[in-house]
Design a protein around this ligand. Structure first.
Ligand code: SF4
Length: 290
């Protein structure tokens, strides 16, 4: 297969070589680093029992500040078959997970669909991604995914190029959110748990709060239908030390500026406090649960 699953459109045969996402695999396998009940997501995703997260290896974004750098950029993980992936979904469901949370799976969409065809869980399926998605690939997920959780990162093309090598990021992410919303409709939360819809996450970066404010204004057309999850817990990790302007934590001033703009625009959603800024929130990627 000549892979064009994401907007990078590398066109490589993934059985023989790696593209930008850094993973070589065939049509019946994926690569993952961990499967677990995850309690660090937004309240209607984690609930009290946890979200059944599968963390896939490799990434179509590879942000320089990634907190999972060895998994995203070095593709640390284990090869598993689609039938094993289906078993993992059912195992997480049996452990009480409120949903199946597919973390960074954009480059494995055909295999994820095969696994869901083998064993469609009775709980919602969450597609947790970087926002840099191909509309054609998202259309393949229609009817399989109930909740989209895109992390929309930048408004500025310059920042997107510098930190994620994705100059056309915002235009692409905006189109992706439109498609996600077309599939799910306005969000639905029942008994405190997300049943369907879109939560747009945004991690505020140091020295970039003005870009975050521009981003929130650009996302205003979605404000009545999506929830916003504003994340202020940035910790410089990965290669952030090579980018001095983002090699620190966020200030309270920066966070409050963006929060105030979200409130002014009338977004509803969640905030993650600066006090949770610690690398302890990063799961230990030890291949467990696979
Ligand atoms: S999924 Fe990977 S190989 Fe395919 S187009 Fe995207 S980066 Fe390239």
């Amino acid at each position: 297969m000549n892979c064009t699953l994401c907007p990078r459109k590398c066109g490589v045969d993934r059985c023989k070589q790696v593209g930008f996402c850094g993973v070589r695999n065939d049509e019946s396998t994926v690569r993952a680093a961990k499967a677990m009940l995850h309690f660090g997501e937004e309240p209607p995703i984690s609930g009290k029992n946890g979200s059944g997260a599968v963390f896939f290896s490799g990434c179509t974004m590879r942000c320089v500040f990634c907190q999972n750098y060895n998994v995203s950029s070095e593709a640390f993980g284990k090869e598993i078959t689609v039938s094993r992936l289906a078993e993992i979904f059912l195992s997480l469901q049996e452990q009480g997970a409120h949903n199946i949370n597919l973390v960074t799976g954009s480059h494995f969409v055909p295999q994820i669909i095969k696994a869901l065809d083998i064993a469609k869980p009775s709980i919602p399926v969450v597609f947790n991604c970087g926002g840099y998605e191909s509309v054609e690939t998202l259309k393949m997920l229609e009817g399989y995914v109930d909740v989209y959780l895109p992390d929309v990162k930048y408004f500025s093309d310059e920042n997107a190029l510098r930190y994620s090598s994705a100059k056309d990021y915002f235009k692409t992410a905006f189109g992706a959110v439109e498609e996600m919303l077309r599939q799910t409709g306005k969000y639905v939360i029942e008994d405190g748990l997300m049943k369907k819809g879109v939560i747009i996450r945004h991690l505020i970066l140091p020295n970039c709060y003005k870009d975050s404010i521009r981003l929130m204004n650009a996302l205003e057309p979605f404000k009545n239908d999506v929830l916003i999850s504003l994340m202020s817990q940035y910790v410089p990790m990965g290669r952030a030390k090579d980018f001095p302007e983002i090699n620190r934590r966020l200030t309270t001033f920066e966070y409050k500026k963006v929060l105030a703009e979200c409130e002014r625009l009338g977004f509803e959603g969640f905030t993650q406090e600066r006090s949770s800024a610690t690398d302890e929130m990063t799961p230990d990627f030890d291949l467990s649960g696979l």
